[in-house]
Ligand binder design. Sequence first.
Ligand code: ADP
Length: 482
Amino acid sequence: MTLEINTLSKAYINGAWVSAAGGALFDVSNPATEETLAQVTNCGTDEARSAIAAAKSAFPGWAALPASERAKFLRRIGDLMIDNLEALSEILTLENGKPLAEARGEIQYGASYFHWFSEESTRVYGDIVPPASAESRILIRHAPIGVCAVITPWNFPNAMIARKIAAALAAGCTLVGKPAEDTPLSALAICKLAEMAGLPKGVLNIVPTEHAAAIGGVFTSSRDVKKISFTGSTQIGRLLYEKSAPTLKRLSMELGGNAPFIVFEDADLEAAVKGLMLAKFRNAGQTCVCANRVFVHADIVERFTEALSRAVRGLIVGPGQDDTSMIGPLINKSALHKVSALVDRTVAAGGKIVEGGRQHDCGSLFYQPTLLTGVTTDMAISSEEIFGPVLPIISFDTEEEVIQAANSTEYGLAAYFYTQDLARTWRLAEALEYGMVGTNTGAISHASAPFGGVKQSGFGREGSKYGLDDYLDLKVQHIGLN
Ligand code: ADP
């Protein structure tokens, strides 16, 4: 079995590679060149329903397997991801555009969830609790909730779906997935690996499609789907939440962010520049935990901007397949227009371009790494998710002021701050209304740590020892002894 792109054109349902009824296809293109990369079967509601039916009939057998047996499948898939690192990274770069080095990092990160959850699956313990009377006993167990549907975005085509699949399967659930229309190939490649690992048919099903709303509608309205785990925009998250009400579905929502990145006057500036470059420019700024508003203390703003400016100038823009590239293209035309319009609006409102500020001549989806100063909290760029390689600097004077500004957003996913003051570290960590906080680091994601947000950034956690909870129900058993 190979991982050639031309083998990734069909849906994976009930252990078979199937075409959508009527043979409809949709194009997947390489954002670096805008050339068609693959034509993939365009699933409709019939395929979504048969995927749910397959997951439903596979569920009792999968759930009944000893956790240690399920763990072996997960470990094998994780190992196969590492064994096929280069092939998977190439597919990822071709469909998403990110530099190969980042793609390799993403595949390793995706594999780490399979390995993590293969181990966690064997540690789902129940409880025996104090009974109400001498003649009774009470046992609590965790049971898999059933068929789960997952919907994932294009910015991490492997890792976003990997961490949902790994957690669901570890818990004993079966799964139907809908990857983003821009990047379905990496998810289908995971199915190839699952097949190589001998995963029982129907446990994992993937339906690529351009008909996101129609397939989403099948997921939300199906009583056989017990849970939906979604990563994407807050707008679509709200819609799925609303549509899931009639069937009372369990939900996990990993939605938009507007991460503050705060640099205090006592920070190690070199480390802060390094952390910020990582937290801002990963995936060309297209992640939900990317630094979105950079608050820098007025005493150091000039010095910090100069250092940052040098670092931004050092970024090499180019197609992800070139080993030297550090910034690839944006995902599609509408992403580029949005970023470009946001920069123009910032400049019109009084912001100043220090670096970049225009489309890059590498191609029509490339945007120059951009540094803006003189940004204020009332500008659109301070409240909207940028999702591009644009870094706006906002100057601040006091800790109270910056905490208030950092929290003054409807989002609450990730926040970062740099300081060497221990007491301030505690104050900030407690005051910031965010699910994930990075102190003196721009890296905040690891399989062992819970990933997720508060406020309009959603609810539920992925990864960590808590990541299985979203896929388990509590069942209590009362036993009478007389
Ligand atoms: P983004 O702006 O990152 O593309 P979206 O929320 O639009 O974020 O997309 C994330 C995922 O949600 C993708 O897989 C997309 O196809 C899917 N999606 C978009 N609209 C709907 C919808 N109405 N119902 C279900 N899924 C949807």
